[in-house]
Design a protein around this ligand. Sequence first.
Ligand code: FES
Length: 155
Amino acid sequence: MEIDYKKIEEIIQRYGTEPEDLLMILQDISEIYNYVPPVLVPFLSQKLNIGESLIYGVATFYKTVSLEPKGKYMVSVCTGTACHVRGAEKLMDALENDLGIEEGGTTEDLEFSLEGVRCIGCCASGPVITVNKDTHGGLDRSTVLESIAQYKKSG
Ligand code: FES
């Protein structure tokens, strides 16, 4: 993958080079590439004058940042209590089978990532999933597959 270092420099200029600017910088980089390419770790370490271990630490701690490629579509299954009792586990199971990945995984074509998340605040519609910014509720094993089918590449 080609890294556009000019864009990265622009992001750094936007936020600054203090250690507390790191998270915002990593989040903006993630918006471009869907993750933080590890090749940028030494680059950022030098630009912000911080240790690479701090960058790895922040990337591991915050869910919004990842050093591993993520899918174009992040499928998040709510595993909060209300959704759990309404069958969230079955949704996760159906999605794992359909996408051929386990919770926490990403499909090889980098189209989908699958994760479990805590309550997303619409318990009355549970069980719910989100696909990027879209929310789908009242799902069961089969309707959850219909919900994600619309995001699959045609053909
Ligand atoms: S428990 Fe799933 S939305 Fe609240």
